[in-house]
Write a protein that binds this ligand. Structure first.
Ligand code: NOS
Length: 394
């Protein structure tokens, strides 16, 4: 019996010895080290599947862009702006989503800013030890022409949703080359804007060979529960064309939204999905189908999606049932968080072990939207980094 020797994969296994974290109390940045309790609780390569690009912008970048564009913000210090944007206490999804109003007008419509945000995002993920990420955003929210209504009170300019996707693709691929990780994107339809959804699926089709891997439906599920026919048509077209599909469902909305996502929108993954557990039959069915849940522990507390007592969290049920799920940040800017905080939270309050972290990252890789060959490469990198190399008998 020989173990097939494989070259150590480059770019992985380099432990993230330190990570930049922001103190939740003061909003000031400080450097966490290995000595800091469990902040590097799973110091191994990771996969992240649910994170919003526009919820993951660096505060300093917002300040820089505002200064360059002559946009006045309520403050010009990183600490104060962090405090203004961040949600500190458990709230509601509606209040959480309103936080985007604090800064989206600064970056929307600005080519340089959009490309920079995408590039810096890849750098931040690489620092967290992520080797593959799928990042999502609404191209319409960053545009200032060919979008009705023009968002964030912008005056009409000449940046279309189509060009936004092109710019994000450029920023992500430059980031991939610079930081040696893989980044793909998911384009979001917004629950309150069904008239944008056909454009979104057309953009997914146009850019499917330039890094766009799927369509999503995001926004306020508490206000718009049932998917509008506009969304349904877009998802039908996505399925017809082989575009992968994920849907925010069962985050704050009832289990029926999850059922609709799977049965009507033909979702292959569910964003959040905590409230699936309220319908035992549906939950068992989705477990049997190996449905992937993109769970976001820190987010679920601050959006009011789940009981703030982490020891009662639905993720514990997913873990105990060996469900197929990933651990994700969702919106680290607004949550004033990073991926280490999500990992340390489930470790500290939910009893997650190293073995479970490995298992869930392998589930994440298996459920990612890469083509089969690239998925296999990603899985091999994880198996190798986790000391789970397959052996071959001769
Ligand atoms: O947790 C969430 N649930 C639902 N929608 C969200 C969440 N986080 C962000 N967005 C929405 O998705 C848009 C595109 O990235 C964001 O602008 C925000 O409106």
């Amino acid at each position: 019996m020989h173990i097939i020797a494989r070259r150590a994969a480059t770019g992985i296994g380099s432990p993230v010895l330190t990570s930049l974290c922001t103190s939740r109390l003061t909003g000031t940045r400080r450097l966490y080290t290995m000595a800091d309790s469990d902040h590097t609780v799973f110091n191994k390569p990771k996969v992240e599947l649910h994170v919003h690009l526009d919820g993951a912008i660096r505060v300093q970048t917002i300040l820089d862009v505002a200064k360059r564009r002559g946009i006045t913000l309520p403050t010009d210090t990183e600490e104060e702006l962090t405090q203004k944007i961040a949600l500190e206490k458990p709230s509601t999804l509606t209040a959480f989503l309103e936080k985007f109003n604090e800064y989206m007008h600064v970056v929307a419509g600005d080519r340089e800013a959009i490309k920079r945000i995408a590039y810096e995002f890849v750098e931040d993920k690489a620092k967290e030890g992520v080797i593959y990420v799928e990042v999502r955003y609404s191209p319409h929210f960053l545009a200032n022409t060919q979008v009705e209504p023009i968002p964030w009170n912008q005056t009409e300019g000449n940046l279309s949703p189509d060009e936004v996707v092109h710019l994000v693709n450029e920023g992500l691929s430059e980031g991939e080359r610079a930081f040696n990780i893989k980044a793909r994107s998911i384009l979001c339809c917004m629950r309150h804007m069904p008239s944008w959804s056909m454009d979104v699926v057309e953009l997914c089709k146009k850019y499917r060979h330039e890094g766009v891997v799927a369509i999503d439906l995001a926004g306020d599920e508490s206000l718009n529960c049932l998917a509008n026919p506009g969304h349904r048509r877009a998802y039908e077209e996505a399925e017809r064309c082989g575009i992968h599909r994920t849907v925010h469902a069962g985050e704050v909305g009832p289990a029926s939204v999850v059922k609709e996502a799977v049965e009507v929108l033909k979702a292959e993954r569910i964003g959040h999905g905590y409230r699936t557990l309220e319908d035992e039959g549906l939950y068992r069915k989705l477990l049997a189908q190996n449905m992937h849940f993109e769970v976001c522990p820190v987010s679920s507390k601050l959006t009011g999606a789940c009981d703030p007592d982490f020891t009662k969290h639905p993720i514990i049920t997913f873990m105990k049932d060996k469900a197929n799920y990933s651990l994700n940040t969702d919106d680290p800017l607004i949550l004033n968080s990073n991926l280490h905080l999500d990992y340390s939270t489930v470790h500290r309050y939910m009893g997650f072990t190293e073995e479970e972290f490995k298992r869930l990252n392998i589930c994440s890789a298996e459920s990612c939207f890469l083509p089969d060959e690239e998925k296999k490469e990603l899985l091999d990198r994880l198996y190798e980094a986790y000391g789970m190399m397959t052996s071959t008998a001769f």
